[in-house]
Design a protein around this ligand. Structure first.
Ligand code: SAM
Length: 407
């Protein structure tokens, strides 16, 4: 059987429309983040009885495999099943690269297994699709792991553009003469003037607005471009304006809060943090939120760990609570508070996750819609584009990739 091919121009446009329509038809679900009590979109559709009464083992199975996999057997309401089936169809993406990639193939110092697998898959997809380029320009290069890896794999000159001068110094030290790095803000006037149609612009974890910048510059100069989708909500402006005018989402504001829905984990769960560990971490965050509110802070649900690395929520509850309170200049937690709010967190998140399983599939649909918007923009500016998945979900859920080159 031949390999399914990635989406190309007409299929990208069709997926962009279809994903946009599903989101538009369920816009209330996109907009209202679940809390402890059933959200308005759950009660309005009469889904609270089904979701609210799922036994724990069924809930865990839905979190593991996605609600769509179990919805029929569990007797989910018909309109919920229809939404899930459409989301599943939209989210089916063919691979961008060859079927088997050796994830050990990037023996890069100071790089995690998960990152090494991404580097190997990114390079393999480029070698597979072969967009012509005399030079790689890695936008938001960080420590330059991708820059170095592509310079070696594609045997071309490579330049990394990176805002943070400390990271640039590390990248230079790690690369030696394999790649060059410049400390630059790619949004600053004139900062990308040296990019030409001979370049291949690449972005790995080029968060939010950075990937949009990459796409706009590639279209402007007629350069090839390859990127993996990442954290759409990370952008200075309050909402993302679509690159392609019109379409089903033209007049609904994609604010940062709504874009955050696309940043959820989707199963099967990671090679570094298991689903169980993630659920326990979310319960701890819910406990810390309740503790902060009890101390008089008026916070939104995503704000409990603001200013701290989210990985801190893998810490034990007493450590996490003490760190968060210290960070906010508050008195340390008492033993009674720790006992009480750890239990409240477990109970609160135990409710919230029931509603979340019905909302999460739309996050992936949103991620695909926005990457179709980027790919379609390139197509309309004269590129040939391919959209698909760069690596398995277990390596990283942010696996939607686009490779495009001028026709
Ligand atoms: C999540 S990191 C990814 C780094 C690297 N691509 C990787 O995959 O390891 C995003 C990088 O983009 C850089 N960055 C953010 N805004 C930028 C800008 N305006 N110009 C250049 N680099 C930027 C950040 O400093 C950070 O190093």
């Amino acid at each position: 059987m031949s390999e399914p091919t990635p989406l190309a121009s007409d299929a990208i446009e069709e997926r962009w429309q279809r994903a946009g329509r599903l989101l538009r038809d369920h816009w209330d679900i996109v907009c209202e983040r679940p809390r402890v009590e059933p959200p308005g979109w759950v009660t309005a559709r009469g889904w609270h009885e089904f979701l609210g009464s799922l036994p724990e083992d069924a809930l865990v199975a839905c979190e593991d495999d996605g609600l769509a996999a179990h919805a029929a057997a569990l007797g989910a309401p018909a309109d919920l099943r229809a939404m899930l089936a459409e989301a599943d169809a939209i989210c089916a993406l063919p691979p961008l690269g060859p079927p088997d990639v050796d994830s050990e193939g990037a023996p890069t110092r100071r790089v995690s297994l998960r990152k090494r697998a991404q580097l190997a898959a990114f390079a393999a997809a480029l070698l597979h699709r072969r967009p012509a380029a005399r030079r790689i320009v890695d936008v938001g290069a960080g420590h330059g792991h991708l820059t170095r890896h592509l310079a070696d794999a594609l045997r071309v000159e490579a330049l990394g553009l990176e805002l943070d001068p400390v990271r640039v110094a590390t990248a230079r030290a790690l690369a030696g003469d394999r790649a060059r790095f410049e400390a630059v803000d790619v949004f600053a006037d004139g900062s990308t003037d040296a990019i030409t149609s001979d370049d291949l612009l690449v972005g790995l974890h080029a968060c939010g607005a950075l990937t949009d910048r990459l796409v706009a510059r590639a279209a402007e100069v007629g350069a090839a471009v390859a990127f993996a989708s990442c954290c759409l909500q990370k952008r200075p402006e309050p909402a993302r304006a679509p690159l392609v005018p019109g379409g089903p989402l033209a007049d609904v504001p994609l604010t940062r809060d709504r874009l955050g829905l696309a940043n959820i984990s989707v199963g099967p769960h990671g090679i570094e943090v298991s689903l169980r560990a993630n659920i326990a971490a979310r319960a701890r965050r819910a406990g810390v939120l309740a503790l902060l509110r009890s101390r008089g802070l008026d916070l939104e649900s995503g704000d409990a760990l603001r200013g701290l690395n989210r990985r801190r929520s893998q810490d034990a509850f007493p450590d996490l609570a003490a760190r968060v309170l210290a960070h906010r200049g508050l008195d340390p937690p008492t033993a009674a508070e720790l006992r009480r709010f750890e239990a409240i967190g477990r109970a609160d998140y135990g409710r919230t996750r029931r509603w979340s399983i019905a909302r999460q599939p739309l996050g992936r649909v949103l991620e695909i819609q926005i990457n179709c918007d980027r790919a379609l923009y390139l197509v309309r500016r004269g590129h040939r584009a391919a959209l698909g998945r760069l690596w398995p979900l277990a390596i990283s859920p942010r696996n939607v990739g686009v490779i495009a080159a001028p026709r």
